[in-house]
Structures are given as C-alpha cells and as structure tokens.
Write a protein that binds this ligand. Structure first.
Ligand SMILES: Cc1cc2nc3c(=O)[nH]c(=O)nc-3n(C[C@H](O)[C@H](O)[C@H](O)COP(=O)(O)O)c2cc1C
Length: 176
C-alpha cells in the first residue's frame, strides 16, 4: 500500500488534540502532542494513545508510570505546536499544575485525565500506551470547544445548533 495514500485516508477521520504530559524518574518534564488518543474501557476506566518509536522522547515515555492527558481547547493551537516540536524546553512560558497523582498538567486544558500506565503493546512503528484513569478534571470555566484535527489541519467545530444525537436504537449500548 502507498504509505502516503494510507496516511491521507487516516486523516479523513477527525480527532481532537491532546498533549500527554509526565515527569520522568530523573525529574525531567516531558510532553507530546497527540491525536491518537481514544477511549478504551469504562470499567476499569482505560484510555489509549500511541507514540512513534522514533520520537526523540520515546525512551523517556517508556520510563514513566504515570501521565496526564490534557484535551486542548480550540484556542490552544500554539500549545499543540509547542509540544509537537522536538525541543529541550517544550514547557517554556507555561505554568505547570501538579495533579493528585503527582503528574504535571497543563493549565487551561478543557479536560485532564490523570493516568497510571496500565499496559503497553506493540503497534508496529508505534507503541500503544493504555492508561488507567485515576482522576479527572474538567475546567468548566475555561472550557470552550475542543481543538479538532482533520486532513492534517487544525479545525474548529461549527455551532452546536446542528448537533443531532444518534437515534435511540443505535445509542448508548455499553456506554456509547
Ligand atoms: C496534531 C498532531 C497530532 C500528533 N499525534 C501524534 C501521535 O498520536 N503520536 C505520535 O507519536 N506523534 C504525534 N504527533 C507528532 C509529535 O507531537 C511530534 O513528533 C513531537 O515532536 C514528538 O516529540 P519528541 O520529538 O520530543 O519526542 C502529532 C503532532 C501533531 C501536530
């Protein structure tokens, strides 16, 4: 399969944007922008994301047992860019909040999930990280709308006026 064609096809699936943040055992702050975040399980509460094995910080991510998943708001494109560049100081200019489980978190993220690493799986050129959610924060007063990523570009949701729910026969099976 043509890798570019495959990548472009995957880009037709819109996602949100998160920054996953952690402190390594040696005390270094790490953070990475990701669109591969998704829900896994309600009981126990599990989420996942995947990290490219060639990321500069890959070894650091393998060493952490806890991390926070910060869902970005639509006004945080710059934060997304800041954590998507290989840089020694991704946290420059940002205050660091400390979560209940001791993980560093971003200020002003709409929702933050504090996680303990639950499992890691082989995912080809990526590694899949499954996190067990230990605490969750919703910053209602800063929450606007989430940043959206689609076809390789940042997007914004249109007005909620067109937000229809699925019909009853297809919704909410097993919590969906
Ligand atoms: C919107 C967006 C989504 C991204 N999603 C992922 C992802 O899910 N997994 C990943 O490994 N890299 C992803 N990246 C790329 C990383 O953020 C980027 O390679 C980062 O520089 C890696 O950090 P490091 O080089 O310090 O290790 C994404 C980048 C952007 C802009």
């Amino acid at each position: 399969m043509d890798p570019l064609k495959f990548r472009n096809a995957l880009g037709k699936f819109p996602t949100g944007v998160v920054v996953v943040t952690a402190r390594t055992p040696s005390g270094e702050l790490v953070g990475m922008t990701m669109s591969s975040f998704n829900s896994v399980s309600l009981e126990p509460p599990l989420i996942l994301f995947s990290i490219h094995r060639r990321a500069l910080s890959f070894a650091a991510w393998q060493s952490v047992s806890r991390y926070a998943v910060n869902i970005l708001n639509e006004d945080q494109e710059q934060v997304s860019n800041q954590f998507a560049r290989p840089s020694a100081n991704k946290w420059e200019g940002l205050a660091t909040l400390i979560g209940k489980n001791g993980t560093p978190m971003l200020p002003n993220a709409g929702v933050v999930f504090e996680c303990e690493n639950y499992a890691r799986y082989d995912g080809g050129d990526h590694e899949i990280f499954v996190g067990r959610v230990e605490a969750l924060h919703e910053h209602a007063f800063t929450y606007q709308r989430p940043l959206v990523f689609f076809e390789g570009r940042y997007r914004q949701l249109a007005s909620s006026a067109s937000a229809h729910t699925p019909p009853p026969e297809v919704e909410l099976l097993h919590g969906w």
